[in-house]
Design a protein around this ligand. Structure first.
Ligand code: ZN
Length: 311
């Protein structure tokens, strides 16, 4: 009960990429970069294990960015043709590549780090891929002409990539993360315009509850999401964001348990997985590691406090 996990990303070591930023440039090139990505992946697993995280990830150490890391290995996406455009409903500008032909995987995209991660932990392993909607919002299109068909083209390629991960005949669980954004200034400013109650989840939760997705990852720490909306996810596991990624302050285990307690009337305890609100890629590394420890300490306390009531 209350197994812990993270949304996906962790900050990269400063010897691998420039710290505390999104789209951070690599500090190395060629074989040295490949080796550094490998080392950072092993380290990310170790840090999660030591902090007591139950379902670990590769920390997204081998990709420069969650979305572009996937796009870099696709035919049909031209990184030489970059356009600066407003993304996430014009919340901030990003330099994005352009779709110039049919989308097709040239080969496995993330096999390298997935294999390293699987080889270096015995814990349950989660592997993150960007969703088609987020991808379509993070590039320019000069080929498909409409966003839904472009999104479906990506969905097909993502599905192929995901099937490679479900090796050895294992049935893997699927999770979707519904994002209020990394803890960067543009997103924090945007959230301040959303009013006293954030009800955006209300529109999408019923569709997710009716879908084949097993788990839904949501932002609940320091968020103005009415917690009763989680009741709309009946039958699904909830990866409950109990760690704020927009604040450098490390939560206390009491704060983590308080978020879990708020959710318990709406989520069955065996379906509740304490998690981070979002990826921690752009954060300070020591803060992120402190937050992992707080998450797992809070979940352990919750097991003690609520476990017997729910047996
Ligand atoms: Zn997110």
């Amino acid at each position: 009960m209350f197994e812990t996990t993270i949304a996906g990303s962790l900050p990269k070591p400063a010897w691998l990429a420039k710290p505390r930023m999104l789209w951070a440039p690599w500090q190395l090139a060629g074989d040295a970069l490949v080796e550094a990505k490998r080392d950072a992946t092993v380290l990310a697993l170790k840090e999660q294990e030591d902090a007591g995280i139950d379902i670990v990830t590769d920390g997204e150490q081998a990709r420069q960015h969650f979305v572009h890391g996937f796009l870099e290995r696709l035919d049909g996406v031209d990184f030489g043709r970059r356009v600066t455009m407003g993304i996430r409903n014009n919340r901030y500008d990003a330099e994005v590549p352009t779709v110039t032909g049919p989308i097709r995987r040239a080969g496995s995209v993330h096999r390298f780090e997935a294999e390293i991660a699987r080889a270096h932990t015995r814990r349950s392993l989660k592997f993150t891929l960007p969703g088609p909607m987020t991808i379509v919002d993070t590039l320019a299109d000069a080929h498909y002409g409409d966003k839904p068909s472009l999104a479906m083209a990506f969905a097909a390629e993502l599905n192929e990539e995901a099937r490679e991960r479900a090796a050895e005949g294992l049935e893997c669980k699927t999770a979707v993360h519904i994002c209020y954004g990394y803890g960067i200034k543009a997103n924090i400013d945007w959230k301040s315009t959303l009013g006293a109650e954030w009800r955006q989840y209300e529109g999408i939760f019923p569709a997710l509850a009716a879908s084949r997705i097993d788990q839904v990852s949501v932002e609940c720490a320091g968020a103005k999401v009415p917690i009763n909306l989680l009741g709309l996810l009946k039958g699904k596991d909830v990866l409950l964001g109990a760690i704020d990624v927009a604040s450098e302050r490390i939560e206390t285990s009491e704060e983590v348990i308080a978020t879990i307690e708020r959710a318990l009337p709406f989520v069955a305890p065996e379906r509740l997985y304490p998690c981070t609100n979002c990826g921690m890629a752009p954060m300070d590394r020591s803060v992120a590691i402190g937050k992992l420890a707080a998450l797992s300490a809070g979940a352990a306390l919750a097991r003690e406090r609520f476990g017997s009531q729910h047996q």
